[in-house]
Design a protein. Structure first.
Length: 448
């Protein structure tokens, strides 16, 4: 099996349909496809935040001008279409599981690096002059039932003691005073780390910064086949071949199983979907008591994430469907419009202007993966951010650049990100794992 979803999910000729696309004009800066045969030292497959950050750090900090091969355009994948929550996360394990598997010291280290990752995004945007439309102060996790207050208290304890992040618990009344009210909001945890941004502006800004330093980006260039010929890698694309000494895999949820045997059956992509409304009036915002620009998510396993955008639109995201077919997308759009109206009754009839979805990436170890292949140390990778890759993808790019030039050794990486790439058992059944997880989590989330 090479892809797990409907072909429409991978079709780079179809419009993404995101609101973000309407906020930029990239027409005059189109990257050409690879045409003919070329040679370079370092090739990067994937032009999302990970690939672009890697290329930028290689060029800026180490003088290496990599060539990026991107099947769509820079930022076409999850990077240009996400919710714009720049925050910590990137892991699919509970805090208890993290502590049990990696111990206190490595768990603490992971959370310090997550904090660094968020700061790196802020620094890069400032130093590279990228206008990212940043908003908000940290993030707010909302209890979707009164019973989930306990979960917030546990989260508070872990984040203050182990991660050492500044946090405050808000009662339902405080939440209504500082942020909003909803029949599905019963108190919250305010974590004062992170901010939100416009992901297309960030991705295209990274691409421009990389190109300014000599990075070559080939757009509309799908790597269809990968051969090793002595010490050279040959990456075959529809109109040409790129020969490189070292290759970095930055394809995340869009990694096809056929790309390279070391990556096949190791990842489980999942759809995440977003809708945005037309700009809300002040009266409409007042009707939900809305007075925050901070990003919000809830205590569900299949969580909803939402935030108010700079122009007054409301962005509302959730898990996506099972196969991403056009028919399923119509019902997903309907589901999200209905749920938005239930959670924010005053906005029940507000026009939805945009709906889109994209792939996030889980790994069999439920941890992000950064490193190089044990049996071919000329192949590097960074992927599987469990739906949270703006900060971690940016940070991974800097780490991979350092690994490649030998300034950092894979054995020195935090144990959480330095796990073997494990195959999913019965990998052909991965989409059934997803179905099963959705049913189970829906049931758990619905228990009051
Ligand atoms: C709807 C949605 C909402 C999200 N919300 C958030 C959020 O609010 N905050 C957050 O931190 N994270 C969020 N995420 C996750 C985040 O967007 C990703 O973790 C992050 O963008 C991954 O970046 P990347 O560069 O590793 O991968 P991607 O951005 O997915 O890029 C991979 C690229 O590789 C290319 N590619 C794949 N195969 C090939 C090939 N064979 N040849 C050439 N190119 C290839 C693809 O075309 C793609 O552009 C969200 C994701 C989605 C889909």
């Amino acid at each position: 099996m090479t892809t797990l979803f409907h072909s429409a999910v991978y079709d780079r000729t179809l419009p993404v349909g995101s609101y973000w696309e309407t906020t930029v004009d990239s027409g005059d800066d189109e990257d050409e496809p690879l045409n003919g045969d070329r040679t370079c030292e370092v090739a990067i497959i994937g032009g999302g935040i990970t690939g672009l950050s890697t290329a930028l750090h290689l060029a800026r900090d180490h003088g290496i001008e990599a060539h990026i091969l991107e099947a769509g355009v820079p930022g076409w994948g999850a990077s240009g279409r996400n919710g714009g929550f720049c925050c910590f996360g990137a892991i699919g394990l509970s805090h208890d599981e993290l502590l049990k598997r990696f111990g206190l010291a490595e768990t603490h280290r992971y959370f310090q690096e997550q904090r660094d990752a968020v700061e790196l995004v802020r620094e890069l945007a400032a130093s590279e002059g990228i206008e990212i439309d940043s908003q908000g102060d940290g993030e707010i996790q909302v209890a979707h039932y009164p019973s989930r207050w306990l979960q917030l208290e546990e989260e508070y304890e872990f984040l203050t003691e182990v991660a050492q992040y500044p946090c405050t618990l808000w009662s339902k009344k405080e939440l209504a005073e500082y942020a909003f009210h909803s029949p599905e909001a019963h108190g919250a945890l305010h974590i004062r780390l992170g901010f939100s941004l416009n992901p297309v502006k960030y991705s295209l800004g990274l691409a421009k910064a990389a190109k300014r330093r000599g990075v070559k980006i080939y757009a509309h260039t799908l790597v269809e086949r990968w051969e090793k010929d002595g010490s050279w890698h040959r990456l075959h694309t529809p109109q040409g071949t790129l020969k490189a000494r070292q290759v970095i895999v930055a394809t995340n949820g869009y990694t096809e199983d056929k790309l390279h045997s070391a990556f096949s059956d190791r990842f489980l992509p999942a759809l995440s979907s977003i809708i945005t409304t037309r700009p809300l009036t002040q009266a409409e915002l007042d009707a939900q008591g809305w007075c925050t620009e901070t990003q919000i998510w809830d205590t569900r396993n299949l969580l909803f994430y939402y935030r108010l955008l700079k122009d007054g639109r409301f962005l509302f995201g959730s898990r996506g469907g099972i196969n991403g077919s056009p028919t399923e997308s119509v019902s997903q759009h309907r589901f999200m419009s209905r749920r938005l109206g239930e959670m924010f009754p005053a906005w029940r009839d507000v026009e939805i202007t945009h709906f889109w979805q994209g792939l996030v990436c889980f790994s069999a170890t439920f941890t992000p993966h950064i490193g190089k292949l044990a049996d071919d140390p000329t192949v590097f990778y960074a992927l599987a951010y469990h739906g949270n890759g703006i900060a971690t993808g940016t940070w991974s790019g800097r780490v991979v650049a350092r690994l490649l030039v030998g300034k950092e050794d894979a054995s020195d990486l935090c144990a959480v990100v330095n796990q073997p790439l494990k195959r999913f058992p019965l990998a052909a059944l991965r989409s059934w794992y997803l179905r099963f997880a959705y049913v189970a989590y829906n049931l758990i989330d619905a228990i009051p």
